[in-house]
Design a protein around this ligand. Structure first.
Ligand code: LLP
Length: 408
């Protein structure tokens, strides 16, 4: 659908996150379709965009949820994801989080260490429950992505080595409190090459076969998330090739494929809309200062990530295109959104649109410099609606004010 960003800016103000729910649905359907003919569950990685309406949109399509904190589990439940489609992952789960996950009877808890397994076992024992578990295997495969979002090498903190996983499965099988049902790997995010995924899937499928030989039958083959998207001009993986490679790896095994996409479903269905405040020059360097900043969209500052950025109605603007850095008002040199962007002269109030901001945009936003967090709008079937109000100053300081009041 075509979105009238100008109207949205007038109506809801800026900075504003805008999502195209039709596009999210199309991406979900394309991926689900790729797995047609195989048992599959798409467990949306809530961390990519945790807005309840976004999770609900996927839940209504049949998606499950991949969660990494009890907060995410609760969001998934609140948004209507069925508990038997929820997976709880993450390298450091607290006992209270484990207990809550067991109480909610979710599909499986994904274990990331032997120590964590003992905790899950003892919490389950105290509660008189059996915990369905999967184990995250670190296949030691280089995913060829940004080091900060690479997770499948031994040097990364995620998962356990194959031999350790085997020992853990044997222990779990013999424990009255643990029921091994799944196996998991996730080698990294923004993957644009299929080979590392294929390699990891083959390694992990081999482990499933050797477990089966000792009577440990895995039902869920969880391949994690990581499908890359186009931010600039990169070539990415086709869902059909992805599904094919995984299907090949598990050939002959009776498994439900679980995948946990976040970015693939949301990144290119979201924009950050902001407004020009001022222009300035320092020597030869031109800056366009906008009302969004690194607290709204951290990816450029944190990963030097590229987000296509455009001045709306730029073609109607007279004047030479001169490279400018689009920056926010935060007092950090790292507070930039685009670098060296050829722009015509701008004036206060012009709208700037930052693309591919639907994943790890709002969900990584914060209040640095005491800035209120942006509002979020969803557009679907030609209509747009507010799905998160703009945070107010009162809301931002609510908990601290309470503290002062209690003290005094
Ligand atoms: N499953 C697991 C176990 C994960 O750790 C992640 C992401 C996903 C699924 C979803 O990955 P996706 O399909 O979105 O690539 N903040 C970074 C990305 C961090 C990803 C962390 N884990 C960014 O802005 O690029």
């Amino acid at each position: 659908m075509s979105i009238d960003f100008e109207r949205l800016a007038q109506r809801y103000g800026t900075p504003l996150y805008v999502y195209d729910f039709d596009r999210m649905r199309e991406s979900y359907e394309k991926l689900k379709e790729a797995f047609a003919g195989r048992k599959s569950l798409i467990a949306y990685a809530v961390k990519a965009n945790s807005n309840l309406s976004v999770i609900e949109r996927f839940a209504n399509l049949g998606a499950g949820a991949d969660c990494v904190s009890i907060g995410e589990v609760k969001r998934a439940l609140a948004a209507g994801v069925e508990s038997y489609k929820i997976i709880f992952s993450g390298v450091g789960k607290r006992d209270d989080e484990i207990a809550e996950a067991l109480r909610e009877d979710i599909l499986m808890i994904n274990l990331e260490s032997e120590a964590e397994m003992r905790h899950v076992e003892s919490v389950a024992r105290e509660m008189g429950r059996v915990a369905r578990i999967s184990i995250r295997v670190n296949p030691d495969v280089d995913p060829k992505t940004h080091p900060y979002i690479s997770t499948g090498l031994h040097e990364n903190k995620f998962g356990v080595e194959i031999d350790m996983a085997k020992r853990m499965y044997i222990y779990a099988k013999n424990s009255a409190q643990l029921e091994p049902v799944g196996i998991h790997f996730h080698i990294g995010s923004q993957l644009t090459e299929l080979e590392p995924i294929r390699e990891a899937a083959l390694i992990v499928a081999d482990l499933v076969r050797s477990l089966s030989a000792i009577d440990i039958d895995i039902r869920f083959f969880d391949v994690g998330g990581g499908l890359g998207v186009v931010y600039d001009d990169e070539e990415t993986i086709e869902p059909s090739d992805y599904a094919e490679a995984i299907g090949e790896a598990i050939r002959g095994l009776d498994l439900t494929i679980v995948c946990e996409p976040g970015r693939y479903l949301t990144a290119n269905a979201g924009w950050l809309l902001c407004k020009v405040l001022y222009e300035k020059r320092n020597g030869d360097k031109r800056f366009v200062i906008v009302d969004a900043a690194m607290n709204d969209l951290l990816r450029p500052s944190l990963y030097k990530a590229y987000h296509r950025t455009e001045l709306l109605n730029a073609s109607q603007r007279e004047g030479e295109l001169i490279p400018a850095d689009v920056v926010g008002p935060i007092c950090e040199s790292g507070d930039w959104l685009a670098k060296g962007l050829p722009l015509p002269p701008t004036k206060s109030g012009d709208l700037v649109l930052i693309h591919s901001a639907g994943a790890y945009g709002f969900s990584m936003s914060g209040n640095y410099n005491s800035r209120n967090r942006a509002a979020e709008v969803a557009c679907e079937g030609g209509e747009c609606r507010l799905i998160r109000e703009r945070e107010s100053f009162e809301e931002q300081i609510r908990l601290e004010k309470e503290y002062l009041r209690k003290r005094g």
